[in-house]
Write a protein of this length. Sequence first.
Length: 271
Amino acid sequence: MDGSVEDIGERLRATAGDQKWTTERVVSVDYWTPTMLSFRTTRDERFRFTPGHYARLGLVSDGGELVWRPYSMVSAPSDEQLEFLAVLVPDGAFSRALAKLRPGDVVHVERGSFGFLTVDQLATGRDLWMLASGTGLGPFVSILRDPAVWFAFERLIVVHSVRQTAELAYRGELAALAERDGAARREAQLRYLPVVTRAPGATPLAERIPQLLANARLEEAAGTPLGVETSRLMICGNPEMARELRQMLGARGFATSRRGVPGQMAFEKYW
Ligand SMILES: Cc1cc2nc3c(=O)[nH]c(=O)nc-3n(C[C@H](O)[C@H](O)[C@H](O)COP(=O)(O)OP(=O)(O)OC[C@H]3O[C@@H](n4cnc5c(N)ncnc54)[C@H](O)[C@@H]3O)c2cc1C
Ligand SMILES: NC(=O)c1ccc[n+]([C@@H]2O[C@H](COP(=O)([O-])OP(=O)(O)OC[C@H]3O[C@@H](n4cnc5c(N)ncnc54)[C@H](OP(=O)(O)O)[C@@H]3O)[C@@H](O)[C@H]2O)c1
């Protein structure tokens, strides 16, 4: 703020509420590993989103300019704060600023939320499969933190593929949800299938998700077959994984939503 005409104009627009973003504060920062973290921010009370959506976050870089990147919400829509799961990628402009983030720091959050990785994009079905690599797990945690999905399906299956065990973010929360007796609660039963690909023996499943689909070990571990009539799939994270799964599932008859016709699978690629 320098008191210039532009600066006063900017402040007036912000006061009038027509700025594209709101300015929030970091509430907490928690590292799962030196390069993977979850952080929470304050939330503008007018900010609305559907679980599975992402928002654009803005941080001030070393050079002083604002850098914007999309991030999926991990928090439930009813949470009064926002939560995100992030990886620090080498030499990333946003990652550099994110690595310095501390409680009390400013994070800008664009007013709109976006994306097609939401339950309402899919045709109704019996089982919902959520396949994630790395930070692609985030939107699925948001979906599971919202009560609606527990009444919309009979089975919920979360598959989280990471390189190392420590990257199994939200493992405790997901394992506890999977312990609940769905039938007794008249809600879906969660199956949580962690996959660690670079530490042999860490998890019963250790191959990449497309391979686990090809050799049917995924269906075996989930205890239910994949079928167009009953299964709905959401896939999030690594774009190569998404491409491969799209091809494999397409060959088995699964389709994405098109021209208002709800499909059986939905994708979000992170780069
Ligand atoms: C719709 C959408 C939602 C996203 N949500 C998230 C999220 O919830 N959490 C998150 O960490 N990132 C998310 N991303 C990626 C995020 O926007 C940034 O790209 C990432 O944080 C790195 O920013 P950067 O400027 O440091 O590097 P960039 O220059 O943006 O990326 C550099 C390279 O890093 C790799 N990379 C980028 N993001 C990831 C990632 N998440 N995991 C593994 N490798 C990656 C890719 O090889 C990419 O080319 C999302 C992207 C999209 C398109
Ligand atoms: N994770 C780390 O230890 C680490 C440390 C420092 C920096 N980084 C950087 O952080 C970024 C993200 O790494 P990340 O580990 O979160 O994401 P990632 O490379 O996408 O790996 C996450 C999971 O997805 C799997 N995967 C990768 N490519 C796949 C494909 N084509 N099909 C199916 N599955 C696939 C990986 O298996 P594989 O193990 O078989 O690849 C792993 O289980 C990268 O830029 C990396 O250089 C990562």
